[in-house]
Write a protein that binds this ligand. Structure first.
Ligand SMILES: NC(=O)C1=CN([C@@H]2O[C@H](COP(=O)(O)OP(=O)(O)OC[C@H]3O[C@@H](n4cnc5c(N)ncnc54)[C@H](OP(=O)(O)O)[C@@H]3O)[C@@H](O)[C@H]2O)[C@@H](O)CC1
Ligand SMILES: Nc1ncnc2c1ncn2[C@@H]1O[C@H](COP(=O)(O)OP(=O)(O)O)[C@@H](O)[C@H]1O
Length: 285
């Protein structure tokens, strides 16, 4: 079994060199839901910025712009009210090289069109939460997935998106979870990061890797609202920084668990991105 560790190569890939500027570290766009539902996207955006993406922008519907502006400082803001807005932004700004869609996004039918527009550009994209549910409801969207996509389902989302592959009432052994993750990656053509105390990650045609935190009390505190949104942002930031999708998923999961250890019992989602500087310092980055 391949167990994930923070190897010297992984640590090296996280460094910034003195001859680089912000655009060398990629540009992220995180799509938000409407007013009163912007928190999840903001958590993801903060995580993407902390992990080292050069620029991070939240794309939000018009009614959500004041709420986002009141909360965001180092993160930029654009209006994305419909699919056309996203297509125009992505056509105009070729530097945006990683997207995050799903946290707090909403399940309105028009969001399916926005998701389709994102997939059509073949940009690297993390699909989480509502993006996964939208794809479960519209199988045509599922067929648009490509090798630059990373899917980050929890058990409920996995069951919806991959009927017949997810856990039944008896739960999964680790081998069963690995097998389901590999099959899901093969079916979707995307990297699949299946969340939980045992996180399994697979790329199409490759065996799954495992991050097992079942014996860790601190990691159990990740069972809190928004922790998954932070993970989605970490992976998106790592994609923007040029990591291949499977490496971005693996390094993101490792940093997420390290952030939980660092923050400890009582942690809430907002605490997780703030742990990254301390973790990087201790890793010698
Ligand atoms: N700060 C914010 O703004 C936050 C905003 N958020 C946003 O809220 C939106 C809804 O997302 P969501 O995940 O809460 O709900 P949903 O898609 O209905 O799935 C939940 C159902 O699945 C099932 N289930 C099974 N296993 C499970 C598991 N391991 N973990 C969790 N669920 C599991 C479970 O069913 P049960 O097991 O109870 O039968 C449950 O009924 C989404 O946009 C998200 O980004 C949140 O991120 C929080 C912070
Ligand atoms: N008991 C646990 N032990 C370790 N990690 C956990 C545990 N419960 C949840 N997590 C992690 O916390 C995150 C929760 O994500 P998710 O269920 O999508 O929550 P949200 O939608 O509220 O952000 C995932 O990364 C998951 O692996």
């Amino acid at each position: 079994m391949t167990v994930l560790t923070m190897t010297p190569e992984r640590i090296d890939s996280l460094r910034k060199r003195s001859d680089q500027h912000k655009f060398d570290h990629g540009s992220v766009l995180v799509l938000s839901g409407p007013a009163t539902r912007t928190g999840a996207a903001r958590l993801a955006a903060m995580a993407a910025l902390r992990v080292g993406a050069g620029l991070v922008t939240v794309g939000a519907p018009r009614d959500a712009l004041p709420e986002c502006a009141a909360h965001l400082t180092g993160i930029m803001l654009r209006e994305v009210s419909e699919a056309l807005d996203l297509s125009l932004i992505l056509a105009e700004d070729q530097r945006i090289n990683a997207l995050c869609i799903g946290p707090g996004f909403g399940l309105e039918p028009a969001n399916g069109a926005t998701l389709r527009a994102a997939l059509a550009t073949h940009r690297a994209v993390v699909l989480d939460a509502d993006a996964l549910t939208l794809m479960a409801q519209d199988r045509e969207l599922f067929t648009q997935l490509h090798g630059g996509c990373v899917l980050t389902p929890h058990a409920g989302e996995f069951r919806r998106l991959f009927p017949g592959l997810g856990e039944d009432g008896d739960g999964f052994t680790l081998d069963e979870k690995k097998d389901a993750t590999q099959r899901a990656a093969d079916l979707s053509g995307a990297v699949v990061l299946y969340k939980g105390a045992q996180t399994t990650i697979a790329a199409p045609g490759c065996p799954a890797t495992v991050l097992d935190t079942t014996s860790e009390q601190d990691a159990a505190w990740l069972a809190t609202a928004g922790a998954g949104d932070v993970l989605a942002g970490l992976v998106t930031g790592l994609l923007a920084r040029g990591n291949p999708p499977v490496q971005a998923a693996e390094t993101g999961a490792l940093l997420h668990a390290m952030a939980a250890r660092e923050a400890g019992p009582g942690l809430i989602a907002e605490d997780l991105p703030q742990q990254i500087p301390g973790i990087y310092r201790r890793l010698g980055i």
